[in-house]
Design a binder for this molecule. Structure first.
Ligand SMILES: *Cc1c(COP(=O)(O)O)cnc(C)c1O
Length: 362
């Protein structure tokens, strides 16, 4: 069977895929209400939060847009901490809706520097919020979020976190770190198909919501809240993905979230060690290398696309390429969600076989 080693959509356990085929129910009836409340409570355990949490039907990007339009007014100043493609995308969303975006960009492959964030807030005391990507999937870098949260909260600013490719795979204690709005997406570490974004909303975030005036309809947190109180979503939700989550969350909680985080750390390390043992170089700063996605430098003289094509055609393993200016420069290995040591052993064997065929001798 094909092994998807991309950073989302990720492979799903068979029980989860089976749940996707359960019959439809009335999404405004008692069965769905029960499941919605159970699933939401279980997601909160993974988020380690008692904040409100809603499922939004859409991809992760919808969750990023929701955070912007519910927290800000046109003209509001927002600090965008970006270390790659997804950080840049979020800044663009904020700009699109009229925010005054102050960019704080770091070199791709590197992590954000909390001191630089502190300085940027000091230089722009009127900013309302700070947007930060926890795990930058395009470069394979995980920001050291805890010191960043301390800097942002010490300055009394709203903290918006894109944890789309980390939450459920890497420890993000939302309440302990006082993150105000935290977004994730079903098709990453949650082991379910695409279709749902999750957002947690703190009390401070609700205060910001009361003042925020950006135009919004579909993503309105106020509507999400009032319908959730009745056990519903404002709009028809991705019912099948909720079914799938009801199964995958039981698997995650049975393994224990700390064990899930440890497994990802172990597999991340194993991937990096194995890749380097083949003579390849990692793209991301070692100290901040992601445990959900590894970025590998395409060696000089090697065609990265051909490398990935051969890994797929000869070993049935799918890898991801680089995005935007990293296209052709790196390839990426997704190792989040349903992933085992054996999957990585298989991948390393495949790379070892294919590398000489694309002209790399190590
Ligand atoms: C995947 C991803 C996104 C975008 O999510 P979509 O579900 O593709 O809209 C945003 N940010 C990060 C960090 C991601 O990994």
């Amino acid at each position: 069977m094909t092994q998807l080693r991309i950073p989302g959509p990720t492979p799903c356990p068979p029980e989860v895929l089976e749940a996707m085929g359960w019959p439809m129910v009335n999404h405004r009836g008692p069965e769905f209400k029960k499941m919605l409340y159970e699933v939401t409570d279980k997601i909160k355990k993974v988020y380690q939060t008692e904040n409100d949490l809603y499922l939004l039907t859409g991809s992760g990007t919808g969750g990023l847009e929701a955070a912007v339009v519910n927290m800000l007014s046109p003209g509001d100043k927002v600090l965008s901490v970006s270390i790659g493609v997804f950080g840049d995308r979020w800044a663009n969303i904020a700009r699109t809706f009229g925010a005054d975006v102050v960019p704080l960009n770091f070199e791709w492959g590197k992590a954000a520097d909390p001191d630089a964030i502190k300085d940027a807030i000091k230089a722009n005391p009127d900013i309302k919020a700070v947007m930060v990507t926890h795990n930058e999937t395009s470069t394979g870098v995980t920001n050291d979020l805890e010191p960043i949260t301390k800097v942002v909260k010490a300055a009394g600013k709203l903290l918006l976190v894109d944890a789309i490719s980390s939450l459920s795979s890497i420890d993000v204690p939302v309440d302990k770190w006082r993150c105000d709005v935290v977004i994730s997406g079903s098709q990453k570490g949650w082991m379910v198909p695409p279709g749902l974004a999750m957002v947690s909303i703190s009390r401070e975030a609700w205060q910001a919501f009361d003042k925020a005036r950006m135009p919004r309809f579909y993503w309105d947190f106020g509507k999400a809240k009032s319908y959730y109180e009745k056990g519903e979503n404002p709009w028809t939700p991705a019912v099948s993905v909720v079914y799938a989550l009801s199964v995958s969350l039981d698997m995650i909680l049975k393994e224990g979230i700390q064990n899930v985080f440890k497994r990802h750390a172990r597999i991340g390390q194993m991937t990096r060690d194995g890749v380097k043992a083949l003579g390849l170089s990692m793209f991301a700063d070692e100290r901040y290398a992601s445990n959900t996605v590894s970025s590998v430098v395409v060696p000089d003289g090697v065609d990265g696309k051909k490398l990935r094509q051969l890994v797929q055609s000869e070993h049935d393993i799918v890898l991801a390429g680089g995005q935007q200016r990293l296209d052709g420069k790196i390839f990426r290995i997704g190792h989040l969600g349903l992933v085992s040591e054996k999957d990585i052993t298989d991948l390393l064997k495949a790379l070892k076989d294919v590398l000489p065929k694309v002209g790399f001798s190590g």
